[in-house]
Every structure is written in structure tokens, then in C-alpha cells.
Design a protein around this ligand. Sequence first.
Ligand code: ATP
Length: 341
Amino acid sequence: MSKYTISLIRGDGIGPEQAASAKQIMQTISDKSSTKLVVNEVDAGDGALKKHGKALPEFSVEAIKKSQACLKAPVGESAADVIIVLRRMFDLYANVRPAKSYPNIAGISSGVDLVTVRENTEDVYLGWEFNADENTVVALRVTSERASRRIAEYAFKMAEMRNDKRRVVAVHKANVLRKGDGLFAATCKSVAKKHPKIKYSELYVDACSMNLIRNPEEFDVIVTTNLFGDILSDEAAQVVGGLGMGPAANIGESFALFEPVHGAAFDIAGKNAANPSSILLSIKMMLEWLGDRQGDRNAILEGRRIEDAIIQVLKQGNKTKDIGGKLSTTEFTKLVEKAIY
Ligand code: ATP
């Protein structure tokens, strides 16, 4: 038997509905398998800001530190004060965002299985913006050799394990951002030399965004800088049918945080209309990461059961509204729960 303490941020907008679905599935796994998940709810986001005057109160940080992984439902207006702070605090340098075709979902292509590996600590996300004068703002874009190397190495290791495509494409704009993206590209190229079994190529970000629409099934691992990764991964999610199917992981050396790709979706909040697949697939990624670290094969298998259950439910034509169905969040969750064991 293995036991993991998970901190769960309920978030805002559709966050609480997503978190409830996640809690239900984690409880089922705990009840029915040898992988026990102890869920500790943590206050963070717009609600916490209103209640405690801080989007990420100190006691929430302490609770997260005591857990082995964090699962975060989307946060609203205060998202930057939560996720960007946590990424920096725990040095969660790799943002991993898979985009995969699932059955019965109308996407651009039905054969997509790619992952965006986004550098998570630098670029314009440091928030270094200054007024040059009253009407002009300068935003600094930071790129270091260390962060570029670390993310490239992560991407190549992932390409070695994922499937038999074994491809890495480094995406940048080194023809314009000659120094910053020049450094990123040169570093990726030097890491590629250490991985001769992986097919390595480079694309400018504009060409990549076009190719993601034109031939998305050609992609395997995309490694890129922070802002480009943010944009391309949303695009990739839409290519396979929408944000409701998009999970993500923020990985560091000793901690990781898992979250849907999408935001708080205030337009459908409180309507029991959100697709919970994004957070449920994030649990899958979390169990794989925990299992991998602990040498716990069972945890990995329990994670894969979640994805298998979602596939089974989708194959039966059971879908939420965002992907062309009629089911509510709770109805979809119930069917996934039934299909797991
Ligand atoms: P952010 O900037 O925080 O990423 P956003 O403004 O891009 O947020 P999202 O909250 O990600 O917006 O939502 C974009 C669109 O996708 C909205 O119309 C929303 O309803 C829809 N959407 C997002 N997540 C889901 C989901 N899980 N289920 C159904 N629809 C969703």
C-alpha cells in the first residue's frame, strides 16, 4: 500500500466544480486500490484574497509544502499571484502540456499525440516591465543558458520515453530575437547532440503555429520558451477539441503541481457545465509523476485507469457540452467513476 498527501487548490470560476470532480475520483481510487490519496484542501485565489487579504496566504504555502504534490483547479483574476508565485517558489521549471486526440471528439485531426514542454521560469513572466516615458513601456524578456539547457534536457528525456516517434522540435524566433532566442536555439542544439537517437529540428514560432493546424499529427515533443509555450499549448488543446481536455504539469526537482491548461471560465461557472477531463487527466499525470519518483508501479497504473475510463466514456458517446455532448460535470464524473474499476 502507498499513501500520498495531495494539496488541492479549489480555485475560482469553474474551479470548485472541477475540484469536486477531482476529489470524487481521488476518493474512488483510495477506496478501491492500494494507492491512498489523502486530500488536503488549500485556500488560494480570488476567494482567499477576499477572505484573507492575500491570494496565496502563508498558511496555504505551508500546507502545500507538507504535501507530496499539489493539484490546482483554475484560479481567477489573481491567477498570476498564485501560479506564477508557486512556480517560482518551488522552481517548477518544466510546464508539460500534452495534447492528444480522444475518441468521438471533433478536432482538426484524430491522430494527434504531442506534448508541449514549456520553459516555466523566465521570459516575460518575470514581470520586469518599466515605463520608459509616460507613453512607452519596456518589457524585459529573460533567457539563460541554464534554464534553456534544463528544459531541453527534460524534453529530450521525455522524447526518449514517450513513444516511437522520438522527435523534438525546438520552437523559437531566433531570426528576430537574435540574442535571447539565439541562445535558446543554440542550447537546444547542443543538448540534441547528446541524444543522437532523437530526431531534432527547429521551427520559428509562426511556422509552428501554422503547422499545428496543418499537420498536427507530425509533432511529438515541442520544446519552447515560456510565452510561446503558453500560446502554442492552448492552440494544441483546441486542435484536439478544446481546453476541456487539456491537462498540465509543472515539474521541479523535488515538487510538482498539476492543473488544467484552461482558466477559470467564468462564463460557465456555477452551471455544472464544465468538462472535468482536464483536471482528471491532470490527476493521471500526478500519479505518474509520484509513481515514477517512488518506484510505485501501482500509482502509475491507477493514473492510467483514469484516462482509460475517460476513453471508455467518450467511446460510448457520453460527453460534456464543450465537446458536443449534453452531460453535466457531475454526470460525466459519475460515468468516469463507474468506468474506472
Ligand atoms: P486564462 O487567461 O486564465 O487562461 P481564458 O480567458 O483564456 O483564461 P478560459 O477560462 O481558459 O479563458 O476559457 C476559455 C473558453 O474555454 C471559455 O469559453 C470557457 O468556457 C471554455 N472552457 C475552458 N475550460 C473549460 C472546461 N473545462 N469545460 C468547458 N469549457 C471550458
